[in-house]
Write a protein that binds this ligand. Structure first.
Ligand SMILES: [Zn+2]
Length: 535
């Protein structure tokens, strides 16, 4: 249990409430023993007060993940769209940025020197001047690493520098991405961000609570991101730029102790960018140290170049739906999770780690390709009738006790093959082919080949009906798929259809299906809605 203190100052020192965590274990254990103290207003004393000048370095240079994540959020695109759209065009067509599929956030010494020379020109493109730049005396290993930039390096501007007019003429998405890459790169040549960090320790009863606040002193590189606020929240993490009320040691305050559990919020829904991050950090909570190291080394699931596509695939398959940038599990997605959860091979990130481990062992010569494949066959259980992965999954689907899913599957299957309902004569599927105006039983439909092959061939089932309603030629309404389904359902009729063209003007009616004995055919009849027919 964690207890937080909300402090309020007394008298002329009254200020905003603030929040602190009980900083010693013994402290809060004693507090819990005294239930009266929780939820009550108590006297607190400031026992420590420290102000420290701190600095923060700029964020790392862009690499595939971060560029997809941040620009995706700003442009409202999926990671894959960011990569294949503006990034690819800036790289391949306009030649303004370096290779965007890079998983490295380092640049070589040589590239650094080039960028340093270009910095004044780049600064002008984003509204800054040479005077704003500061060139550090020593190379910063945080950005520059020849070894780690050997294959691919961070995404930075190329040596081709366009004029201001040319930049302004770029399509919006390109302009936003290009300028973001410039700002991110220029941050290397801006002063550090400096802030004052204030730490206050408040003693309440036996508990000591720590409160931390920040006051910005010199914005440094942060000025680069200030006119693009949305960029800022990705770049400046945990920005607790919260000024604390000025206090001194021995000041007394009123405090309010509240168990922190009350403030626990549901984790927020994933967005495209947090989702991407989740893939990258997957596996950090594995139990096996070696596997954790492997997952860290390979940076989670997938690679920087494939993660965006993996997530897109999940959306396309409708395992999730995206509403207003937030990601929701669909019925199908829920079922997949529910079904796979017992098959650890398929559902746990450690599978990736174990396979990567095997691959590196093959590279080292301590494992063989044959052994590796044999293990995969064993996982699949292809030759094992009692433990076959596919069979197990089918059983798991059956075991899944989830009624909405049964409906869902029926609908999905019906949708996939165009089935609108069941034939009242033989029970088979009723469909409407292409732009046909006739709904037909499956067995009433003869393919072109069948007709050609057997001239005069007759369909097995005779069920069909016209799906248009109305009495004026050329102005007939075609029933929607939903309305046709309704006709064929137990309900037997449609909802109110508005504005059907009649001989004396438009009218509203319900449609239902009936058999015309005289003509020997099924047809759609109308029941005029009395409430709306008097117009
Ligand atoms: Zn039929």
């Amino acid at each position: 249990m964690i207890i937080k203190v909300f402090g309020c100052f007394q008298g002329d020192k009254k200020g905003e409430p603030w929040e602190g965590d009980c900083s010693t274990r013994e402290g809060w254990e004693k507090l819990i023993q005294n239930p009266k103290i929780i939820g009550e207003r108590n006297k607190g004393v400031i026992v420590e007060h420290e102000v420290e000048l701190k600095e923060k370095r700029p964020p790392r240079l862009y690499f595939l993940d971060s560029i997809q994540e941040e620009l995706g959020r700003i442009l409202g695109m999926t990671p894959k769209e960011v990569l294949e759209g503006p990034c690819q065009e800036l790289y391949e067509v306009r030649k303004l940025i370096t290779y965007p599929r890079s998983s490295s956030f380092y640049i070589s010494r040589e590239r650094y020197e080039t960028l340093k020379q270009q910095a004044p020109a780049l600064a002008r493109l984003v509204g800054f001047s040479e005077e704003d730049l500061v060139f550090p005396e020593r190379l910063d290993g945080f950005f520059v690493n020849d070894k780690k930039a050997a294959n691919h390096s961070a995404v930075v501007p190329t040596t081709l520098i366009p004029t201001e007019e040319e930049v302004e003429a770029l399509p919006d998405a390109l302009k936003i991405v290009y300028k973001a890459v410039i700002r991110r790169t220029l941050a290397m040549f801006f002063p550090k961000y400096e802030y004052e960090q204030t730490t206050i320790i408040t003693q309440v009863g036996a508990g000591r609570f720590k409160t931390v606040g920040q006051v910005p002193k010199n914005p440094g590189w942060q000025v680069l991101f200030q006119d693009s606020a949305s960029l800022l929240d990705g770049v400046i993490e945990e920005s607790e730029a919260r000024e604390l009320v000025k206090v001194q040691i021995n000041d007394t305050v009123t405090s309010h102790l509240v168990p922190a559990e009350r403030h626990v919020k549901k984790p927020p829904r994933h967005t495209n960018s947090t989702w991407l991050r989740a893939l990258r950090t997957a596996g950090r909570d594995l139990e096996d140290e070696e596997l954790i190291a492997i997952m860290n080394q390979i940076k989670g699931l997938g690679t920087a170049a494939t993660r965006g596509a993996i997530l897109d695939e999940i959306v396309v398959n409708k395992w999730v739906t995206v509403k207003q940038g937030k990601i929701y599990l669909s019925e199908l997605g829920w079922l997949i999770c529910e079904t796979l959860k017992d098959e650890r091979v398929l559902s746990q990130p450690e599978t990736t780690a174990i396979w990567e481990q095997s691959l590196s062992k093959i590279a080292e010569g301590t494992n063989t390709q044959e052994k590796f494949l044999k293990n995969i066959y064993r996982y699949l259980g292809i030759e094992n009738p009692h433990n076959n992965l596919i069979e197990n999954l089918i059983k798991a689907v059956d075991r899944t006790d989830y009624i909405p899913f049964q409906d869902f599957i029926e609908q999905a299957v019906a949708k996939a093959d165009g089935k609108l309902g069941n034939c009242p004569l033989c029970g088979k599927a009723v469909k409407v082919l292409g732009k046909s105006k006739v709904a037909q039983c499956e067995d009433n439909i003869l393919s072109k080949e069948e007709r050609e092959r057997e001239a005069g061939a007759t369909p097995v089932c005779s069920f069909n009906f016209w799906i248009t309603v109305g009495f004026i030629k050329d102005k007939k309404k075609t029933l929607t798929k939903k309305q046709i389904s309704d006709l064929l359902s137990d309900k037997g009729r449609t909802n109110l259809i508005k504005n059907i063209e009649g001989k004396y003007g438009p009218f509203d009616a319900y449609a239902y299906l009936s058999f015309n004995e005289e003509k020997g055919i099924y047809q759609v009849n109308l029941e005029v809605d009395k409430a709306t027919s008097k117009k």
